[in-house]
Design a protein around this ligand. Structure first.
Ligand code: FPP
Length: 241
């Protein structure tokens, strides 16, 4: 048992399409509702004292979706960036994006940079969006970055540890998630933060993301508090014999 609430919660916001289909709506209606939920969860997480929230908003594989759906997602993202910058600034929140900038549209990349730089000194909740993100790609990018330095300095390779390697990931300045929440009943990680989730507690919700509420977040946190986190060790009160 632990009393602490998770410092960093990561979300796989799954089920927007199915939520819409069950209501006879276009898939994009599910995404639109999903963005509203995301905003509510940001507010709620901040009130609960969570320090970092990371949302998987667009994966490197999502480019395979119909152009109409991708265009709608980019439109929502554009609107989200316009509206949220002020909201984040007002609430002392910091905004970060993880993933590869290209091939996101140039104007979106510019808005992301603006949002990141305008909120970089804020000290409240850190809101991270994983955009054009794929964990295997992130690890490959980290290897490439590390190698460019290691080729110039032999000592770097000899001294390499997991802790040092993690500084080459997109999340270099962020602690690992303590809790991963995935909605829609699917029990997969789907190429999301494979390295960073090594010791995270996993929570799978049967609801679709557009139905995920603050109360559901509170329920996941309550459950998290009941988990024994041993990080590969044993409980302090257990005898070794
Ligand atoms: C998964 O549902 C969800 C996504 C691929 C995108 C998640 C994105 C949002 C909630 C909105 C984007 C966020 C911003 C800030 C613009 P799915 O479409 O895979 O659902 P399905 O599995 O039921 O088809």
């Amino acid at each position: 048992m632990q009393d602490k609430i998770p410092k960093h919660i990561a979300f796989i916001m799954d089920g927007n399409g199915r939520w819409a289909k069950e209501r006879g709506l276009a898939r994009t209606a599910g995404h639109r509702r999903g963005v509203q939920r995301l905003k509510e969860i940001v507010r709620g997480a901040s009130e609960l004292g969570v320090e970092i929230v990371t949302f998987f908003a667009f994966s490197t594989e999502n480019w395979d979706r119909p152009k109409k759906e991708i265009d709608a997602l980019m439109r929502y993202l554009d609107k989200f960036l316009d509206g949220q910058i002020k909201e984040l600034e007002r609430n002392n929140m910091r905004f970060r994006v993880i993933g590869q900038g290209n091939p996101l549209p140039k104007f979106i990349q510019q808005k992301i940079q603006k949002a990141e730089s305008r909120t970089k000194d804020n000290t409240g909740l850190i809101v991270v969006l994983a955009l054009n993100y794929g964990s295997r790609q992130e690890i490959v990018d980290a290897v490439k970055r590390f190698t460019t330095y290691a080729l110039k300095d032999d000592a770097l390779l000899k001294q390499l540890t997991p802790e040092i390697f993690s500084r080459y990931l997109y999340t270099a300045d962020l602690p690992d998630p303590d809790l991963l929440i995935r909605t829609s009943g699917e029990m997969r990680i789907s190429n999301f933060m494979l390295w960073q989730l090594s010791y995270a507690e996993l929570y799978f919700f049967n609801k679709y993301w557009p139905d995920f509420t603050i109360n559901d977040l509170k329920e996941a946190i309550r459950d998290f508090k009941t988990r024994e986190r041993r990080f590969g060790g044993i409980d302090a009160d257990q005898e070794v014999n």
